[in-house]
Ligand binder design. Sequence first.
Ligand code: LLP
Length: 427
Amino acid sequence: MPDTIDAQVLTQVAGQPVVELAARFGTPLYVYDAAVIARRIADLAAFEVIRFAQKACSTLAVLDLVRRHGVVVDAVSAGEIQRALAAGFQAGFDEPPQIVYTADIFDREALELVAAKQIPVNCGSPDMIDQYGERCPGRGITLRINPGFGHGHSQKTNTGGQQSKHGIWHTQLGQCVERARKFELSIAGLHMHIGSGTDLEHLSQVCGAMERAALAVGPSVHTISAGGGLPTPYREGDKRVDVAAYFELWEGVRRRLSEAFGHKVSLELEPGRYLVAESGSLIAEIRAVKRMGDNLFYVLDAGFNNLARPILYGAYHPMAVAYADGMGGPERRSGDKQPVVVGGPLCESGDIFTQEDGGYVRSRDLPAAQVGDFVVIGVAGAYGAVMGSNYNSKPLAAEVLVEDGQAHLVRRRQSFEDVIRGETIPK
Ligand code: LLP
């Protein structure tokens, strides 16, 4: 297997023939390779607690898989709490808690649920402290701090600094500790997440900010969370982040705080993308091949209703071709490549997978292909299916998890009845 599937001819995804997957489950189809998720979890083993940011891929079978590998989970909504419970995570205040609610607000449903089910909360606004304190006085909470800087792969995924709505502004930490005291809430931990798809240089700046904030709060702090944000290689030449170096930086902070407080401080990491991105592929069928002036288009049966990252962020995903006859031999591998623009079926010109930030359409060199062949879009496991929509009344795609050589349908394709469920025409 090459390092990247980009511009290759593929015959298999996760060890399964693409043609068979498509025939059995239809397209568009998300396929997750359990072995890849297990490998990414193992990379992070030095971290005492790995808390999966399920927003990246919250399909129940994926949650169950990470749970079986000893990973705990983060939830950002009442729905994500319910998902975690449905996948077998337990509610409660054990150390480490299996489910933590992290958000900048409580909607009324979430506040009721964390109170009723005993879900620990990580407060991202002073108002959350008041609302939780009134509802659940005397519990322990953690605070999500915005350290005043942030960084992400796109301005839209930068969650620090004053243009971000996330977290408690770092200079208000003291006031928030006071606020919590009114309700006898103890500050049991601190959390910082500066953005998604950032880099080691920016991530390491968080260490110093965390150490200062924890010392300011004092020995009630028993946990620190480094948040998520670890980047994933998408393009040829993208380097995998040096996890060992990152761990050492945080381990130093953890050790110094433990010494300063005279008790153990534990360290959490909260990755989303890193654990699941590379495990996922989106298989789509080419339904039209057409020339528009200088551009040749492959028009697929998958669009931004299935994978929104290109239209939202100009995100780059590697793409390969799988032939309908299942062939990939040497003659095919070296086959002609041609510059193509890859688009989807939606009635919107932005429905292009090969675009850059700002909506600029680009072509990509891909193997020559025809209607009926498949395009495999790689590194699509994070923020792929979860950001799917019913735009143009398209059903959400089916999802398959491949584990131990078996392909399991873990979400069936929506039916038309699913798409219109809950709608009524007034009589
Ligand atoms: N923790 C918190 C509090 C977060 O807000 C996030 C991501 C994570 C952890 C996980 O970040 P990760 O390890 O995945 O970088 N839809 C965008 C990404 C949005 C991320 C939102 N928060 C994308 O497709 O790139």
